[in-house]
Design a protein around this ligand. Structure first.
Ligand SMILES: NC(=O)c1ccc[n+]([C@@H]2O[C@H](COP(=O)([O-])OP(=O)(O)OC[C@H]3O[C@@H](n4cnc5c(N)ncnc54)[C@H](O)[C@@H]3O)[C@@H](O)[C@H]2O)c1
Length: 347
């Protein structure tokens, strides 16, 4: 049954197609095929020769597909997961929405605000669920911190912090000058909004450099950045990111509020500390799919439930747009060498 009315109410298992069988898409497909109840992987689409076939063969489920028109027309596909490169996202959200499919789109949902508006509008008109891949909202520590804010324990946020340190090994040829803001720090900007509920950013000040790959600096490639964000409720936040941390993948957050402080994430692979002749050793997490397995699974579970029930997803197109606006303001702040107000990027 298709999701033309935005709900597949009577369907027990939601049929999902993957668009984009790369690194992230393959993990989502595996989640749909093996880690999630209430959904099944119906098809995989990717224009790269053999990519869809290889993934379908490995998972032993779904059918490969090279023509997206086939996906949009298929009655056994209720929803799609979009995990293609960022610049293709908005058009794919629009096309999937028009076909009446629920849409889970990896971040960033769009790279310009008009494209974000187009995507939001298409999903709203079609009455389909649109969820964006801000997986940290589904990670246990972050969810617990938000619960402490929601029940009043933490009180009013004053200082917030969110950081992302990738483990390195990135291909500079795939990185654009704005990538660190639009694809990496966008998680931190969303996290800061998540941990400061109801408030929106008003001004952004950013500084960035090419410290990991100095040879690429003349191309404007930025791999290390710090961003200060001022919110409308007076809270002040810092987001930082680097594309290379020698010890692995490290994501952390902190809220200092009137009633106390919550900290999230510590980069340890487990609770084990080994003490030996060389001193004390702690094993660190090496990648996002290791640290966030549960969060990636929980976000798709929430999406599938929204599609099944015809209810609003927990992370919306509007959330994607708000984080994108902060990212664009940060990029502009680096370019202009001054603080940038959010209203400036809205023009
Ligand atoms: N939530 C997270 O923490 C997280 C982590 C990694 C990546 N991502 C996001 O996931 C997306 C994909 O990243 P990736 O690392 O998997 O990239 P990737 O390059 O490994 O994979 C992208 C795939 O999309 C395919 N593709 C390109 N255009 C397509 C189209 N029009 N239709 C169908 N397939 C198409 C490519 O052939 C490739 O196989 C990006 O938006 C990225 O930001 C999110």
């Amino acid at each position: 049954m298709s999701a033309a009315a935005g709900s597949v109410g009577s369907v027990d298992s939601v049929g999902v197609a993957l668009v984009g069988a790369g690194r992230m898409g393959a993990f989502h497909a595996e989640t749909l095929a093996r880690r999630l109840r209430g959904a099944h992987l119906v098809a995989v689409a990717d224009p790269a020769p053999g990519a869809a076939e290889r993934l379908v063969d490995r998972l032993g489920t779904g059918r490969p597909c090279t023509d997206l028109a086939e996906l949009w027309a298929a009655p056994d596909i209720d929803a799609v997961v979009i995990a293609t490169p960022a610049r293709t996202h908005a058009d794919l959200v629009v096309a999937a929405s028009r076909a009446g499919k629920g849409v889970f789109c990896e971040k960033p949902m769009a790279v310009t605000l008009p494209d974000a508006d187009r995507a939001i509008d298409a999903a709203r008109r079609a009455g389909v669920a649109l969820q964006v891949g801000f997986n940290r909202r589904f990670a246990a520590d972050w969810r617990a911190a938000r619960a402490l804010l929601d029940d009043g324990t933490l009180g009013v946020p004053r200082l917030l912090r969110s950081l992302t340190r990738d483990p390195g090994g990135f291909d500079p040829a795939r990185v654009l000058p704005g990538t660190i803001f639009l694809e990496t720090l966008i998680h931190d900007f969303d996290t800061l909004r998540f941990l400061n509920p109801g408030a929106e950013a008003v001004e952004v000040s950013a500084t960035a450099g090419a410290l990991v790959e100095p040879d690429w600096a003349d191309r404007g490639l930025l791999d290390t950045a710090v961003v200060t964000v001022r919110f409308g409720n007076g809270a002040i936040a810092v987001a930082e990111a680097t594309f290379e941390a020698a010890y692995g993948y490290d994501v952390r957050g902190e809220v200092l509020a009137s009633g106390g402080m919550a900290t999230m994430g510590d980069g340890r692979r487990s609770g084990l500390t080994f003490s030996g002749a060389a001193g004390r050793l702690v094993e660190t997490v090496r990648g996002d799919q290791e640290l966030f397995t549960d969060a990636y699974t929980a976000e798709l579970a929430a999406f599938v439930e929204a599609v099944r029930a015809g209810s609003a997803p927990p992370v919306t197109g509007e959330d994607a747009r708000a984080a994108l606006a902060i990212a664009l303001a940060a990029a502009e702040s680096v370019r202009a060498g001054r603080p940038v107000r959010l209203e400036e990027v809205e023009k």
